[in-house]
Design a protein around this ligand. Structure first.
Ligand SMILES: [Zn+2]
Length: 337
């Protein structure tokens, strides 16, 4: 499986140099609208409006599980600087999506490549997209694994969409680090400029009307890479023993970024709990003994206050029966003999 995946990646490997192209901003036939502030460090990525709508639609139809696919388009360069046009997307229909996990299987890649060759001849896979319903926008450990293994080039991006919180961002490599790009560029034919602006404003307005929700623990706000927490001492996460569904309820996407406690502090808590338990037990035991003593005392006092009866009079100790002394008689008989 892994071997086949490597073959597919090699087929999609970038040609030595990107063909010369015209930036959509410089193209009089096109218009561009940005959502947020695009990062200047990363390779510019321009989404065709219809493609972006298609991705947003795919995301919105599954508000309860992760879905994804690949971004198809062209890597070009203008004045020596690369840029990417996203001209299509292919849903990973066979991608195995669960509540908080998405994996690209071998079958997914076979299907995606067949569609790409048929529908977008001459195109490249310029990245991938997937959703994080209600989890916020970040790259989990699994996402990082996919990106490291299938999208190694700096011009290949990962688009993460949260269809519930209506947030989205791109992630791409820069000198070996995965950077977050919260600004997105959309393009459209110049004649449709008004439509593009209307769509972009609608997206921003929808996001703005939502209450700001805190990002799940461990997710970068505007950070560069997914934070992987390391601990100086042995630790474990209480979320590790929870079923996946319950973990998701607490907003835990990835156990590696889930809150953890050190084993040392757990031991302290357990010892405290045990000593409190024993203390309570000891106290109730003392109380029981006390009440027992009280009952005895009560019994004794009620007993003593009763009128004395002859029958209850303690019997006089029996005098020991002493056998009659026979020595004088025997001596007498002895004398008589
Ligand atoms: Zn993810």
């Amino acid at each position: 499986m892994a071997h086949d995946d490597i073959e597919i990646r090699l087929q999609d490997a970038s040609p030595p140099a990107a063909p010369e192209g015209v930036l959509p901003e410089s193209d009089p036939a096109l218009c561009v609208h940005t959502l947020g502030l695009p990062s200047l460090d990363l390779c510019p990525v321009y989404f065709k409006e219809s493609v972006f709508r298609e991705i947003e639609g795919h995301a919105a139809s599954y508000p309860d599980r992760e879905v994804g696919g690949v971004l198809v388009g062209r890597r070009l360069q203008a004045r020596g600087k690369p840029f990417v046009l996203v001209e299509g997307c292919i849903r990973g229909l066979k991608a195995e999506g669960t509540a908080n996990r998405l994996t690209f299987t071998h079958d997914t890649w076979v299907e995606i490549n067949a569609i790409r060759e048929h529908e977008y001849p001459g195109s490249q896979i310029v990245g991938w997209y997937h959703t994080h319903p209600d989890l916020g926008v970040f790259m989990s450990r699994d996402d990082l694994y996919i990106h490291q293994n299938f999208f190694r080039e700096e011009w290949q991006s990962a688009l993460v969409v949260d269809p519930v919180k209506l947030d989205r961002a791109l992630f791409a490599w820069k000198d070996g680090a995965l950077l977050r790009n919260s600004g997105l560029r959309l393009y459209q034919v110049a004649a449709e400029k008004a439509r593009l602006e209307q769509y972009a404003e609608a997206l921003l307005a929808a996001k703005a009307t939502r209450l700001p929700l805190p990002e799940p623990t461990g997710n970068p706000q505007n950070g560069n890479i997914t934070v992987r927490l390391t601990f100086r001492e042995p630790s474990l996460s209480p979320f590790a023993i929870m079923p996946e569904g319950m973990r998701r309820y607490f907003g835990i996407d990835d156990l590696l970024t889930a809150p953890r406690v050190s084993v040392k502090s757990l031991v302290i808590v357990v010892l405290l709990a045990v000593s409190i338990f024993l203390g309570v037990k000891y106290h109730t035991y003392q109380q029981e003994i006390k009440s027992y003593h009280e009952k005895i005392e009560q019994f004794m006092t009620s007993h003593e206050s009763q009128p004395k009866d002859k029958t209850t009079k303690p019997a006089e100790p029996e005098k020991p029966t002493i056998p009659p002394a026979s020595s004088p008689s025997s001596s007498n008989t002895h004398e008589a003999q």
